[in-house]
Design a protein around this ligand. Structure first.
Ligand code: CO
Length: 323
């Protein structure tokens, strides 16, 4: 069973969300559309975002059995009033169920994470309706994953058995980061790295049950490469850093990362650091910074034993999804 845990959807034909600058879709043809933020072109997309038969064809071509289908983070709306974010979440979560009618497409919902009570309620509604887990953004404005509200939500996810996929979004801007796709190439890995730090140093993993299933996108960003620096700082500058009960490396069996790192040396570092039970196939399908063909890095990685390859391609994801 080959399971891709990191893919996105955009539903076609969602209604006008009703505020200036709201994300909207300009449909150019049966097969092409553009996501607009206000009047600004955010991303050109194609029917593989919304058309399940196109997705299934692409999956067949790449030898993928199952996709976890998550929202596209630009629609999280964490910066909007919570009631508005709930309304948007409901629209997109319900449309996701239509896209994911095939059992090979496994929907993850989005929630209004700025309001933990509403976020828990929307998660419950979605899990009852057929979603299999939740994708969250890695921060809510200036609040990171150690925010009390986010921790409450994560505890709820553990209680109801919902796996959580953490995706970077809302990267810092400014002239130095708004060229060369630097927000995606530098900002996203740093965002994810910061989230892992917040989860560990904020003592979150000391507080949430170890039954919580967590996965970070993009190989956990720059986290694995800099674990040694992190560990050293925890030991040497505990006056500034040591909030967690144990050093960072103690917590590596508490979360997973996906494999969309494009380079065998990076994948090897991830498997060496996280262990072969903690890395899962992810692709970022159908976006241009995703892996294509899906799974090619894991399939071609000479250092993996056949047993480990099977785990990375689907065995670990089966456990993550609670199947
Ligand atoms: Co993604």
């Amino acid at each position: 069973m080959i399971i891709d845990v990191h893919t996105h959807h955009v539903p076609k034909g969602w209604p006008d969300l009703g505020w200036p600058g709201a994300p909207r879709l300009r449909v150019d043809s049966e097969r092409e559309a553009v996501i607009l933020l206000g009047d600004r072109e955010f991303r050109r997309i194609a029917d593989d975002c919304w058309n399940p038969s196109v997705r299934l064809e692409r999956m067949d071509a790449d030898g993928v059995d199952v996709q976890v289908v998550s929202p596209t983070p630009v629609f999280f709306c964490y910066e909007r009033p919570a009631a508005e974010a709930v309304r948007v979440a409901k629209i997109f979560n319900d449309l996701a169920l239509e896209i994911c009618a095939s059992e090979r497409l496994v929907p993850f919902c989005q929630v209004p994470l700025q309001d933990p009570d509403l976020a828990c309620a929307e998660l419950d509604r979605c899990m009852a309706a057929g979603h299999a887990g939740v994708e969250i953004g890695n921060h809510v404005g200036d609040r990171d994953l150690d925010d009390e509200g986010v921790v409450q939500f994560l505890q709820h996810c553990a209680a109801v058995g919902a796996p959580v996929f953490v995706h970077p979004w809302d990267m810092a801007g400014g002239p130095r980061l708004e060229r060369w796709m630097a927000q995606w190439l530098v900002g996203m890995p740093a965002e994810t790295h910061l989230s892992v730090l917040a989860l560990i140093l904020g003592g979150v993993l000391d507080r949430v049950p170890d039954t919580l299933r967590l996965c970070f996108a993009h190989g956990g960003g720059s986290f694995a490469f800099w674990l040694g620096r992190f560990e050293n700082a925890w030991h040497r500058r505990g006056d500034l850093v040591g909030v967690s009960e144990f050093p960072p490396s103690h917590y590596l069996d508490r979360f997973s990362v996906d494999s969309v790192v494009f380079d065998e040396r990076a994948l090897r570092l991830l498997v060496d650091t996280m262990g072969e039970d903690r890395v899962m196939l992810g692709s970022d399908f159908p976006y241009p910074l995703g892996e294509s063909p899906v799974g090619s890095l894991i399939r071609g990685a000479g250092f993996l034993s056949e047993d480990a390859r099977v785990k990375l391609l689907g065995g670990n994801a089966t456990r993550f999804l609670g199947r």
